[in-house]
Design a protein around this ligand. Structure first.
Ligand code: XMP
Length: 527
C-alpha cells in the first residue's frame, strides 16, 4: 500500500520533547485557526526548514535540561528566522540556546501558580490582567533571560516566567498555556500566532473539505474506490469526504458482524445513506461470526477471531465488487482509510508502547490488499473530524458517536458470545445510552461501555419470586485520549434510573453495578 502526502498548508511545527503535551498544543493552535503539525525534537534544522514552517512551538518535556539524556534541539533551528514560542521545557531549551541561564534553585512549582505580568506583557501577554493564574510543572527556572529579551512575567519562584524578543519574534513562557487551567492560555497562543507571527486564522473545516476534495480527485482520477464503513465517526467521515470528491466511483461496504448496538445498522443503512447518497453494500455476516465465536471465552482469542472473520467477510465482498467493476472496465484501485493524526504521530513516534490488547479496527484490513490508500483524515484530530462530518451534513447519531471498539459487543460479554446474550446486552446498552443522553451527559463522558457478566449469576428477588440472573456493569469514563481515564461521577438519580430500567425491562438481569476503577489500572473495556 502506498501513502499520500499531507496538506499543502504551511504548518506551525510543534517540536515534541517527549511529554504528553505536544498533541494538545497542536490542537490549540488549530483551534486558533492555524494549521499545525508535530515533529520529534530529533528533527534537524534542515528537516524543519524543509517543512517550510510559518512558526515553531517548542513543547514541554522532562523536568531538567541538565539531566543526562535530556532531549535536546538542533541549535540551528534558532537561525531559521521563523517565529518561535518556547513552552515550559521548550522555554528553557530556548533560553539556554540563546545565551540565557537556566538554574536549579531547588524551588519547584506544580499546579496553579500566581503570575504577575511585567513590562505590559509585550506582544505575548499584552492586554491580559496584571495578575493571573497559570499552570506550572517545573523544577528548573530561567534565572537570566538571553540578551535582547524582555522579561514579560514572573512568579514567586521564577523571576523570568515569560520573555520575548520582538525583533527576532522569539517568545517563551514557563507555564503551560495549552492546558485549560491556565487562565489566559489560549490567548497566549493566539497572541503568538496572530499578533507576533502575523498568521491569519484561516484553517477551518470548509478549507479542509475543499482541499481534500481537490486532492482526492487528483489522486483518483477516473479510478474506482472501495471503503469499509464501521458505523463509527472516522470511517463515516472519510467515506463521505471521498464520496463528495468522486461520487459514484465509490462503493462503501458495511459488514454487519452482529456485534453492533441497537439501531446501528439502520443508522448506517438509512440515515447515513440518505444524507450522503453513498452506494452501500451490506454484508450480513452475523451467523458466520457467531459460529466462529462459539465456545470461546478468552478475550484475546475473541478479538483475534473477530479480526480474522472481518477480513474474510471483507475479502469476499471485495472480490465480487472488484470482478464486477473490472467487467465494466473500471478497476477498483483505491481503498479509503479513516486514519487520524494521533495514529500517524503515534506510529511515527516509535514509543514502543506495550501491546495491552490486540485492537481490531475496520482499519485492520489485510496487509496485502492491492489497493492504493486514500486517507483524507491523516492530518486531523477527532474533534476536527466531527466538525467536518457536520459540515458534510452527516447525521448527529453518527458524527457525535462516542468511541466504540471494532470488536463491538463481542468484548463486552464476559464469557462466551451467544445470540441470546447479545440481545440482553443490546437492550441494556440501549437503555443506558438513552438515559445518559436524556440527562444531557453525553458531552461529559468519553464513553460508557455496558458490560454483561455472562458467566456470573447472583440471587435476586422480583415480585414474589427468587431470580438467579446476571449482573450488568456500567463503565462510564472521562478521558482526553483513552490512554488514561477516570470513572465519571454520574449523578445518583441518573444511575438509579438506568438501574431500575435495566432490571425491570431486560430479561435475565437482576443487578446493575458501577465500575469505579480508573485507567490505569483498569482498561476502559473489560476485555
Ligand atoms: P482500552 O480498553 O484499551 O480502550 O482502555 C481504549 C479505547 O479503545 C477502544 N477500543 C478499541 N477500539 N478496536 C477499536 O477500534 C478495538 O479493538 C478496541 N479495543 C478497545 C475502547 O473502546 C476505548 O475507547
Amino acid at each position: 500500500m502506498t501513502e499520500q502526502t499531507e496538506t499543502s498548508q504551511r504548518p506551525v511545527l510543534v517540536v515534541d520533547f517527549g511529554a504528553q503535551y505536544a498533541q494538545l498544543i497542536a490542537r490549540r493552535v488549530r483551534e486558533a485557526g492555524v494549521y499545525s503539525e508535530i515533529v520529534p525534537h530529533t528533527a534537524t534544522a534542515a528537516d524543519i526548514a524543509a517543512k517550510n514552517p510559518v512558526g515553531i512551538i517548542l513543547s514541554g518535556g522532562p523536568s531538567s535540561v541538565y539531566e543526562e539524556g535530556a532531549p535536546s534541539l538542533d541549535a540551528g533551528v534558532f537561525d531559521l528566522g521563523v517565529p518561535t514560542l518556547g513552552i515550559c521545557y521548550g522555554f528553557q531549551v530556548m533560553a539556554r540556546a540563546l545565551g540565557g541561564e537556566v538554574a536549579n534553585t531547588g524551588l519547584r512549582e506544580y499546579g496553579a501558580t500566581d503570575a504577575a505580568v511585567v513590562n505590559d506583557g509585550g506582544v505575548l501577554l499584552g492586554g491580559q490582567p496584571a495578575e493571573q493564574n497559570v499552570w506550572m510543572s517545573h523544577g528548573d527556572q530561567v534565572s537570566r533571560a538571553p540578551e535582547g529579551f524582555d522579561v514579560l512575567a514572573s512568579t514567586g519562584a521564577t523571576p523570568v516566567a515569560a520573555f520575548g524578543n520582538d525583533e527576532k519574534c522569539f517568545y517563551g513562557v514557563q507555564w503551560h498555556p495549552e492546558v485549560k487551567h491556565s487562565d489566559y492560555g489560549q490567548n497566549v497562543i493566539e497572541n503568538f500566532l496572530h499578533k507576533a507571527a502575523g498568521l491569519p486564522a484561516d484553517w477551518n473545516s470548509d478549507n479542509v473539505i475543499a482541499e481534500q476534495v481537490e486532492k482526492i480527485r487528483a489522486q483518483v482520477g477516473t479510478g474506482h474506490v472501495l471503503s469499509a464503513l464501521s458505523g463509527g465517526v472516522d470511517s463515516a467521515v472519510s467515506t463521505a469526504l471521498v464520496h463528495k470528491a468522486v461520487g459514484d466511483q465509490l462503493v462503501a461496504v458495511f459488514v454487519d458482524h452482529g456485534l453492533l448496538r441497537k439501531g446501528e445498522r439502520e443508522q448506517v443503512e438509512n440515515d447515513y445513506v440518505a444524507s450522503t447518497g453513498v452506494r452501500l453494500v451490506t454484508v450480513d455476516a452475523r451467523e458466520t461470526f457467531l459460529n466462529a465465536l462459539a465456545g470461546v471465552s478468552d478475550p484475546e482469542q475473541k478479538r483475534k477471531i473477530i479480526g480474522r472473520e472481518f477480513i474474510r467477510a471483507f475479502e469476499k465482498v471485495q472480490a465480487d465488487l472488484v470482478a464486477e467493476a473490472a467487467a465494466e472496465g473500471e478497476p477498483i484501485r483505491f481503498l479509503v482509510q479513516g486514519t487520524l493524526y494521533p495514529d500517524v504521530v503515534e506510529s511515527g513516534g516509535g514509543t514502543g508502547t506495550a501491546n495491552i490488547k490486540s485492537h481490531h479496527n475496520v482499519g485492520g484490513l489485510p496487509e496485502d490488499l492491492q489497493f492504493e490508500l486514500i486517507e483524507p483524515l491523516r492530518t486531523l484530530f477527532k474533534d476536527e473530524v466531527r466538525a467536518i462530518g457536520r459540515e458534510l451534513g452527516l447525521p448527529e447519531v453518527i458524527v457525535g458517536r462516542q468511541p466504540f471498539p471494532g470488536p463491538g459487543l463481542g468484548i463486552r460479554i464476559v464469557g462466551e458470545v451467544t445470540a441470546d446474550r447479545l440481545e440482553i446486552l443490546r437492550d441494556a446498552d440501549a437503555i443506558a445510552r438513552e438515559e445518559l443522553t436524556k440527562a444531557g451527559l453525553d458531552g461529559e463522558i468519553w464513553q460508557c461501555p455496558v458490560v454483561l457478566l455472562a458467566d456470573v449469576r447472583s440471587v435476586g428477588v422480583q415480585g414474589d419470586g427468587r431470580t438467579y440472573g446476571h449482573p450488568i456493569v456500567l463503565r462510564p469514563v472521562s478521558s482526553e485520549d483513552a490512554m488514561t481515564a477516570d470513572w465519571t461521577r454520574l449523578p445518583y438519580d441518573v444511575l438509579s434510573k438506568i438501574s431500575n430500567r435495566i432490571t425491570n425491562e431486560v430479561r435475565d438481569v437482576n443487578r446493575v453495578v458501577l465500575d469505579v476503577t480508573s485507567k490505569p489500572p483498569g482498561t476502559i473495556e473489560w476485555e
